[in-house]
Design a protein around this ligand. Sequence first.
Ligand SMILES: Nc1ncnc2c1ncn2[C@@H]1O[C@H](COP(=O)(O)OP(=O)(O)OP(=O)(O)O)[C@@H](O)[C@H]1O
Ligand SMILES: [Mg+2]
Length: 692
Amino acid sequence: MKVEPERLEGVMGAAGDPPDPERGSEVEQDGEVREHAPRRDQVQLPDGLGVDATSVPLVGNRGVDVAVRDHDGATLERGPNHFDDVLLARGQEEEHLGQGRRAGRARLEQRPHRLAERSAVGLARQPDPLAPAVEKRGEVARLGGLAGPLDALECDEYPSHRRASRERMTYSNTPRHARGGAPRALTGFPSGAHSLHGMTFRKKLLLAFSVMIVPLGIIGAQTLWNVRQERVALQTLEESLARARVFADVESVIYRKLRKVRDYLTGWDPQANDEFERLDALLHPRLAEWRQSSVDPDDLRLAGALESLDVQTDTVVRRAFALYRGGDRAEASRLIQRELNGQILPALDSTIKSIYTTSRTHNIARAFRNLQATERSTTMVLIPIILSSVVFGALFAVLIARAFARPVAGLKTMMEMVGRGEFDQARAVEIRSRDELGGLARQFLVMAERLRRAHEGIIQAEKLASLGQMSAAVAHGLRNPLASIRAATQLVLHQLPARSPQREHLQAVIAEVDRLEKRIAHLLDFTKPVAFSPVAESLSPLVDRVLAVFSEKLARQGIDLKVDVGSDLPDAWIDAVQIEQAVLEVISNALDAMPRGGALALSATRIAAPDGGASLRVTVRDTGEGIPASALARVSEPFFTTKADGTGLGLAIAKRFVEQNAGSLTIVNGEREGTVVTITLPASVTDAVPAA
Ligand SMILES: Nc1ncnc2c1ncn2[C@@H]1O[C@H](COP(=O)(O)OP(=O)(O)OP(=O)(O)O)[C@@H](O)[C@H]1O
Ligand SMILES: [Mg+2]
């Protein structure tokens, strides 16, 4: 990776910022963990896009707050990138920032419309924003207490929205190609994609109910199938019984026909032969009906035998009737005795018996068998289902109960810790669950953290208030005597002749009194609680008012002033007194940095925000001596000064006022010379227009 440190536009860190959960972090230095203000990195990509990365303590992890800027400096996207505690414990904050820039760039690349603005080739040729972090590896090694500088710092693509990809970050003293193998996971991150950890609360509940519903569904389906099978079996049985009834009719007609033979041949009923024929005519359709109602081959064979016996009966009977009518009664009786009683009737009895037997065994037994088969298959299906439901149901019940109970228990533990004021221990509780309960626990920690910071803020404010009261008392006691000294000195100065050597001493006295007055004013500004009342305010007259204060000094130092504050700018939503004071401090510093002349450029522009809102950016550039890299991180600290007569409160007050107005103040060295201070302020809401 080629390193181009000059791409790093500037690095600024400042300690002593007001406590804010979004800001401030800890870093390990010289073996002790110290609270300090955010460290920021800004990277300007060649095509005007940029990434700001600010290290912040994020709940549960440390991380980097990444802002992605477009050509106009508008923030396209902003959000945290979590990193591991292990990294911060090593003090590798620079890597955090490097990773943040990398993540920011990854986000830039994910924006298709932004990508379209740049050529893909151009993007590919861009130097990697991570490079400056690598360049600083010596420093990193020092912070991390490593034996020597890191010889490699690698990072795979790191789209921040995919937390799992964190596992692909690797820090090493040996490049990947030399190491071989896959990158080592830095954290014990649950690979929750396939476990209950990765599921939302809703999905877990759905899964639990599904597990209970599936066996119930199977049992229900099996029951329905059973009912159907039983209905089929009973229907078959009913059909068999109906056939048996038809056959009973057939049997009755056959025996009635035979009785008519006896009645006719014995002379009991001379009309019985006609009755025989009538019964025979009745028998045939009933026999056909009974035969057609079965497809069973045994039944069909027996029906055929019965029909054949009936035909034989009819033949014998009709011959006997003819003999009887011809007067040969003895021969008729013998024929009946021999053919009908001797042969046909036994065969007929046997066939009818077989038919009854077949009907019973084939039909009733078949229906019974069907019912038995149904019962068997039901048992075979239901027993494994019931057993597996019991086992899996119990297993899932335990898993789901654990999945619910653990985060709740963790949350309870956290709440108890926060209740006892053990914030650090609460933060150390590992929140593995990524469902709503996990989210609740994280949010609780955020809330607890904010409470802690707010509480600290209150304590700090109380301290400042008492300091302010004390300063006010001291100032009151000092200011009046100082005013008297100044007035008296000026009076004497006026009375002295123009060439008197005493004049110089008296002018020095007045200058010292002025300096003392300024120090007292600064001290009061810094310590007294400030009232904040924002209104819609135009920046142009505000800037004019501030510049008027410096008109004499500008001319005296021969400063070339350039002001570009468009009259068409929207109003800012600010407390004018505070912002005037902030701009005044910044310009005062710029003039102090150019004692032998230079150029001062002051501009204000409107920045559209993606959400349709807007903000205003005031930029103050000077061509002064600039700020040494070692001092840049500390310039906003209260009482940090490099000037013999400075209080070191100017920038601290300016930053405090700007941030109170929901704005931000950054200070970086100019590309070639001097210093650039950027103040961002909210625009009045009436100016909000839909983002392009
Ligand atoms: N435009 C600038 N050019 C060079 N150095 C600067 C500039 N602005 C601030 N600094 C540095 O930051 C330090 C802190 O600035 P700050 O305004 O807080 O205090 P001061 O100017 O030293 O004191 P006072 O504001 O009370 O006069 C300065 O001493 C100076 O070293
Ligand atoms: Mg100053």
